[in-house]
Ligand binder design. Structure first.
Ligand SMILES: Nc1ncnc2c1ncn2[C@@H]1O[C@H](COP(=O)(O)OP(=O)(O)OP(=O)(O)O)[C@@H](O)[C@H]1O
Ligand SMILES: [Mg+2]
Length: 364
């Protein structure tokens, strides 16, 4: 299939960009596919570990060259050193080595201008309510008078736009910084609008982590007390790479009370500890069921599992959130429970969790 005209134009423009050995970037084996979406253009340049500095000017020149053909799209050019040049599409293994050795790249994990604290919401397993917790904890923090942002880093299933009722593609300013969305007093950005159909697959791996880091750094967050980042589920390369390059003040682990979910939660905690990211504590979501008709409580999932696990691991237990139809309904409607029914018990559960997190981070 012929390339889209914009991609062809970028390929031509990259012929004039030189890599350190003097050859053209367009012919360089480590140049990834060029991804084109309605709002963004992204590609990665894979380099040998240690060569990142030498490729800095290449990244700048490639960005400029692509911008001339971008027709108003945001350009994200990433340098990845996690895999050998030419090994296109392979998933990184290098990042994992660092985690095993308990290393964090201190020179890379630099603070983001204007943001006081960045926390991650993580889980070992999918579908436990991480995104729901991210949004409602962020709102709880905002209700404490803090300036709060949300970054959806879940490439596998970006759901923050839906949860916050956000539509459309992000705008960016003349200086190419993204303008974050605003919803319910939160600033929000998501990788979602950058992904289209099967492109999500191409974005996985080192390129995805790198695009995420750029999304974090190239958004005009203004001054934030705290940015809450919704991580993809699990303990894979993306999580490891983000932890090595973003200065997290801590991570909140969300789990359901079931045994299997807890095993995965323990794995996640282990990973963050090895990466020197403080685990702020654990949230037990879908902790117990409240019948919508009678309001009666049922402990259908063996309530308290996460609390026991937290205790055994000497971790703070941040709180429990009931399984309640209204939480799901409000999520589906794009109006979070903490906005729609702030006085409900469910919203108050999130509020208490946010309060503990804020105290733990010395934000209040
Ligand atoms: N406490 C709750 N009560 C009722 N429904 C809930 C609750 N928490 C989450 N849900 C619902 O469960 C589903 C999964 O929640 P959510 O998307 O937040 O999980 P996740 O961990 O982010 O999932 P993924 O791993 O796919 O990103 C959603 O439909 C959500 O509305
Ligand atoms: Mg999610």
């Amino acid at each position: 299939m012929a390339d889209h005209p914009v991609i062809s134009a970028i390929k031509r423009a990259l012929k004039d960009v030189q890599v350190p050995d003097g050859s053209a970037l367009a012919d360089y084996a480590g140049l990834s596919d060029i991804i084109l979406t309605p709002s963004a253009i992204a590609f990665a340049i894979a380099v040998e570990p240690g060569m990142e500095g030498a490729f800095g000017p290449v990244q700048v020149a490639a960005t400029k060259a692509a911008e001339t053909c971008a027709e108003g799209r945001k350009v994200l050019v990433s340098i990845t050193a996690d895999r050998a040049p030419g090994n296109s599409g392979a998933n990184s293994s290098g990042a994992g080595t660092g985690a095993g050795a308990g290393q964090k790249s201190p020179n890379q994990a630099t603070p983001v201008k204007g943001i006081k604290k960045i926390i991650a919401i993580a889980s070992g397993k999918g579908g436990v309510g991480k995104s729901t917790s991210t949004v409602n904890i962020a709102l709880g923090l905002k209700n404490l008078g803090l300036k709060v942002g949300v970054l959806d880093a879940d490439l596998y299933g970006p759901s923050i736009p839906k949860l916050l009722g956000i539509e459309g593609k992000p705008a960016f300013r003349d200086d190419k910084l993204f303008k974050p969305f605003e919803a319910y007093g939160l600033k929000a950005m998501s990788i979602g609008p950058m992904l289209e159909g099967d492109q999500a697959v191409v974005w996985r791996g080192p390129m995805a982590s790198s695009a995420l880091r750029q999304l974090l750094r190239e958004t005009d967050w203004g001054d934030l007390d705290v940015l809450v980042m919704d991580l993809p589920p699990g303990t894979g390369d993306i999580q490891i790479s983000l932890c090595q390059t973003v200065e997290f003040s801590g991570v909140v682990i969300v789990s359901t009370p079931q045994d299997l979910a807890l095993i995965d939660a323990k794995k996640a905690m282990d990973m963050f500890t090895r990466l020197n990211i403080p685990v702020l504590g654990m949230v037990e979501n879908m902790s117990y069921f409240i019948a919508p008709d009678t309001g009666k409580r049922y402990d259908i999932f063996g309530h308290g599992g996460a609390q026991d696990t937290a205790k055994k691991m000497e971790l703070d237990f941040l709180g429990e959130v009931p399984l309640h139809m209204s939480i799901r309904q409000q999520s589906d409607a794009g109006v979070p429970i903490c906005v729609d029914q702030p006085e409900s018990d469910e919203a108050k559960s999130f509020g208490r969790i946010a309060d503990k997190i804020a105290k733990n981070l010395d934000l209040i």
